[in-house]
Design a binder for this molecule. Structure first.
Ligand code: ME8
Length: 516
């Protein structure tokens, strides 16, 4: 929908009823990698994350903790900000829905939808799940223990009857179907678009968008006692962060509509049905893409607080180093599918791709240069066909990776990069520079030069996923210019540049003793 050289990507804003876990880290990591990729590719990027602090669920959690809601929100939101630091996320903003600017924005959007005739007052009588912060129809419920009613997610529901404002969602069925038809990549993966389409084609009911039985939320303008339904408040955060309602602001002009709203599959309906309907009702442009990724399980089990198997990202980082965690989460499982977190797979994957894979090639190449070329990048002679094939192979990978990243196909993008790591391994084994030292030192210098250049280009490509380790590696090589525009033969590594004694940047992990 837009061809600007700017890129706006958002994470869901996380509820502060719970402390951050690996699932939250996963979604924001995916956005961080895309944001970093786009910055290196010359885009002006806005990367937004934050916390969703209103609603009954948060109000109840604060009550349980015995603190005032805002104090409770301050405390848990700070944990999410700590996570962003610990994971080295490069978000440009961290939004909190309790900020004043957000209240203004949510109320403005409400008024605009109302002025356009899509909000009316009535009474709500139906089922509500506080855990999901969602309304459910009778036909969607299942029976739990003792005949209790459960939401399709397994969450308990309660009967609610209260005066409420409604959004005329039913008026948007055809318009939404048209959006899905005209923009087949509006929702990815494709299978998720089909789910959304059939949900909408099945008919849409008007949506209750205000509550009167609690206080913790944004007040509905000019309607005493009404608090906005937490989802209309929460979704508006994507607009607040780009200065809405000031549509003339530079930020709004530059970044709205968003390029990607990244979400877990659990909240796709809110983003792919309700959100575009709200935007259409307010005459605002729609985002380009909603990507719904899969869920992690832990060693085969659903992750849940009650099972006590929540994976703590802070603990993982302490055990395995930050960049290994970042790498594993996006490398192991096709993005969009569910994935199982297992420490055995973690150790295997990181050892094979990082310490034994790229790390080994880089360390081997740079150590040979350090020892045999006086600690300086050697001067190459004429390049052979094999030399040229390796270097152009790596250069050619950028357009492929770019296309894959634009589809959020992380693991395929990494496959493409690591196929070049494999090519570099084949190259060095075939050229045997260690033998050339005696037989043909000039050729050795050329081969080692090509290896150093391969390390430089591969490292530049790997920055988005492992920013800290690659920063160390490129630092050791004295490479200052690290954008993707440097991936051409015009920017080859400089012969004669100093190369200090290299230090490996990827640790090797041992399996825990009770593991295979
Ligand atoms: O839904 N695997 O917030 P939330 C992968 N506030 N991702 C997971 C996961 C798992 N096991 N568990 C959680 C909300 N996630 C609303 C969003 S947006 C306007 C409002 C991730 O704290 C995944 O991204 O329940 C999921 O969508 C999100 O956390 C839910 O976070």
């Amino acid at each position: 929908m837009s061809d600007k050289k700017s890129y706006y990507i958002t994470t869901p804003i996380y509820y502060v009823n719970d402390v951050p876990h690996i699932g939250h880290a996963y979604t924001t990591l995916a956005c961080d990698v895309l944001a970093r990729f786009k910055r290196l590719d010359g885009y002006d990027v806005m990367f937004l994350t934050g916390t969703d602090e209103h609603g009954q669920k948060v109000e109840k959690s604060a009550e349980k903790a015995g603190v005032a809601p805002l104090e409770f929100c301050d405390r848990v939101s700070a944990r999410f900000q700590d996570l962003a630091q610990a994971m080295n996320f490069s978000n440009d903003q961290f939004i909190r829905t309790t900020e004043e600017r957000h209240k203004i924005s949510a109320q403005h959007l409400w008024n605009r939808i109302k002025e356009n005739g899509f909000i009316y007052e009535d009474n709500y009588a139906g089922w509500y799940s506080v855990r999901d912060e969602a309304f459910y129809g009778e036909d969607e419920l299942t029976e739990g223990e003792g005949g209790s009613k459960l939401a399709p997610t397994g969450a308990p529901v309660e009967w609610v009857e209260e005066p409420s404002y409604f959004f005329k969602l039913s008026a948007f069925q055809d318009k939404l179907l048209e959006v899905y038809e005209n923009h087949p990549d509006f929702v990815l993966p494709k299978s998720r678009l089909n789910e959304v389409k059939s949900f909408v084609a099945g008919g849409l009911q008007d949506l209750s968008i205000s509550r009167t039985t609690f206080n913790w939320g944004v007040p509905v303008p000019d309607a005493d006692g009404h608090i906005m339904y937490v989802w209309i408040d929460a979704l508006t955060n994507y607009l607040t962060a780009v200065d809405y309602p000031n549509e003339n602001s530079e930020k709004f002009q530059k970044f709205w509509p968003a390029n990607v709203h990244m979400v877990g599959k659990d909240i796709l309906r809110f983003h792919a049905v309700y959100w575009p309907a709200f935007l259409l009702a307010a005459d605002l442009p729609l985002p380009d893409r909603i990507f719904a990724h899969g869920w992690w399980t832990n060693e085969g089990q659903k992750i849940s607080k009650s099972l006590g198997n929540v994976i703590d990202p802070f603990e993982l980082i302490d055990t395995y180093t930050l960049d290994s965690v970042r790498f594993f989460l996006l490398r192991e499982v096709p993005f969009g599918n569910d994935g199982d977190f297992s420490r055995t797979s973690f150790v295997n994957r990181c050892n094979s791709d990082l310490s034994n894979g790229f790390g080994n090639f880089a360390q081997r190449s740079l150590s040979m240069i350090f020892k045999n070329c006086d600690g300086k990048i050697p001067t190459p002679g004429a390049l052979s066909a094999e030399d040229k094939a390796l270097l152009t192979g790596i250069e050619d990978v950028l357009p492929q990776v770019r296309e894959l990243m634009d589809k959020q196909a992380f693991n395929k993008a990494f496959d493409a990069i690591w196929s070049q790591v494999a090519a570099a391994d084949v190259y060095i084994s075939a050229q045997e520079p260690w033998k050339l030292r005696k037989t043909d030192p000039a050729r050795m210098e050329t081969v080692l030069y090509v290896c150093a250049e391969a390390v430089r280009m591969l490292a530049i490509l790997m920055q988005p996923i492992m920013p800290e380790s690659i920063d160390k590696l490129l630092g050791q090589m004295n490479i200052d210019n690290r954008g993707f525009d440097q991936l051409t033969d015009a920017h080859r590594i400089k012969p004669g540049a100093d190369l200090p004694k290299p230090e490996g940047v990827f640790p090797r992990f041992e399996h825990a003793t009770d593991e295979a």
